[in-house]
Ligand binder design. Structure first.
Ligand SMILES: [Fe+2]
Length: 444
């Protein structure tokens, strides 16, 4: 791992107009009925707001392009030198509070990391076996009705993604002290107190329930194209997101900070099959098998600032007025060669991981899964993000509690409900304090 110098671009064009004196942007707190018209309106309004601040779209985009481009060049050069791109942190250092300051600086720059030894290898392998026992013992493969959604469904008809949420293995990991320690560390990479408000509680996780992936040895997989998960058109159109990305739209692009949680933790999201109702500081998974770096693993564009580029790129003149570079509701936010070729040069895969390691990436980060032919070994993970307690996650927790108590699929996911009749799913009596707080059971 190489420490890198801070090359933040100095503010050379500070605006003289205060944000509250600029024209307001139009807002749509629910999905607009006329999407092309709304896209045109908000793009024009952002251009007008920037002009009122004394700047142009081309000018502010150039600032972010330079800032991101320097990091792309650095990552490409480091890759050519054979250096590792993904920062790696030892769990023991997280637990002891001894992660070196230069590593923390690198984490903020790259926005992703591997936690080595997050769980004991034997624990992770036991969880993997436990999941097999859980699904086989409950006749899951006989009952399986095929993929419940289009997104992961495109991977294949054999269940690699198990729509299973409430196994003892998953819940034990979610409510474990080791998970809480890592989530607390990751949450603190964000600024969660500002403007006289606390935007989230870094020490209380909302236990966002997600699925399991078990990809068997020998498979061919087409992988998953590069995309983002934080939202779609709502990122430009709701009042809360306009506030969260305010520096991109009000002429102060130099102050854009991907680690600023202000206004991100309470707003709405447009509904869709790919939505995530929760606010996640990081998305993540815990490895339940060893996976080598060339076996169809996760890749990211490891540049935390890249979201600024993605948000401003549609405003340039070469994109049609009613087009957000292909972003639309009810589909994942695509990152593609047509508009994002600069960013995609930096696409970098995780290093080899062992069972018990965990992998994390900033919630706004471009990510995808590489294709693989004749996969060596299994590729098994539990998706467990960092979703700190905040108004948005508290609101979603009501449906999570209900899904937990009834063994249902959580409302962000297809209504498959395989576990409702499974007697050995994790129960309310198995919850520890972390689990009860995470599900809001001690604070109804
Ligand atoms: Fe994703």
């Amino acid at each position: 791992m190489t420490a890198v110098p801070n090359t933040a671009v100095p503010n050379t064009a500070a605006p003289t107009v205060r944000a509250d004196q600029l024209p307001d942007l139009p807002r749509w707190e629910t999905t607009p009925t006329d999407l092309p018209a709304a896209v045109r309106d908000v793009k024009n309004a952002i251009r007008g707001r920037l002009a009122a601040a004394g700047r142009t779209v081309e000018d502010v985009f150039a600032v972010i392009e330079r800032r991101v481009g320097e990091q792309v060049a650095e990552i490409v050069a480091a890759t050519e030198r054979g250096e590792a791109i993904w920062p790696v942190v030892e769990y023991a250092d997280v637990a002891a509070g001894t992660v070196p300051a230069e590593t923390v600086a690198l984490l903020r720059r790259r926005g992703c990391l591997v936690v080595r030894g997050h769980f004991d290898r034997e624990q992770a392998l036991a969880w993997d076996r436990g999941i097999v026992d859980y699904v086989e013992g409950n006749g899951f493969f006989e009952a399986y009705r095929g993929p419940g959604d289009d997104f992961f469904g495109s991977v294949g008809s054999t269940p690699e993604i198990y729509p299973v949420y409430w196994s003892p293995a998953q819940m034990q990991a979610r409510q474990s002290d080791r998970m809480a320690a890592v989530q607390g560390f990751l949450n603190r990479l964000w600024t969660f107190e500002s403007e006289g408000r606390v935007w989230f509680d870094p020490d209380r996780d909302a236990l966002y329930p997600d699925r399991i992936r078990r990809r068997p040895e020998g498979v061919d997989s087409a992988g998953l194209g590069t995309h983002l998960d934080p939202g779609t058109l709502d990122l430009w159109m709701t009042g809360a997101y306009q506030q969260a990305f305010r520096h991109l739209f009000d002429g102060t692009v130099e102050q854009y900070d991907p680690w600023d949680a202000a206004h991100r933790t309470a707003g709405p999201q447009y509904p869709g099959t790919t939505m995530c109702s929760a606010f996640r500081t990081f998305q993540g998974w815990t490895a339940l098998s060893d996976m080598d770096h060339d076996q169809g693993v996760l890749h990211t564009v490891p540049i935390a600032d890249a979201m600024g580029y993605l948000m401003l790129r549609p405003l340039l003149a070469d994109v049609a007025d009613d087009d957000m570079c292909g972003v639309t509701v009810n589909q994942v936010f695509p990152a593609n060669q047509k508009y994002h070729s600069l960013l995609l040069q930096a696409l970098s895969g995780i290093p080899d991981v062992r069972a018990g390691d965990s992998v994390w990436w900033h919630c706004d980060m471009i990510h995808g899964v590489a294709p693989v032919r004749d996969q060596k070994g299994w590729g098994n993970v539990m998706y467990i993000p960092a979703a700190p307690w905040c108004p948005r996650n508290e609101a979603y927790s009501a449906s999570v509690r209900d899904a937990f108590l009834t063994g249902s699929s959580p409302t962000d996911f297809p209504e498959e409900h395989y576990e409702r009749t499974w007697p050995d799913r994790f129960g309310v009596d198995d919850l520890n304090t972390t689990g009860r707080r995470g599900l809001g059971l001690d604070h109804p």
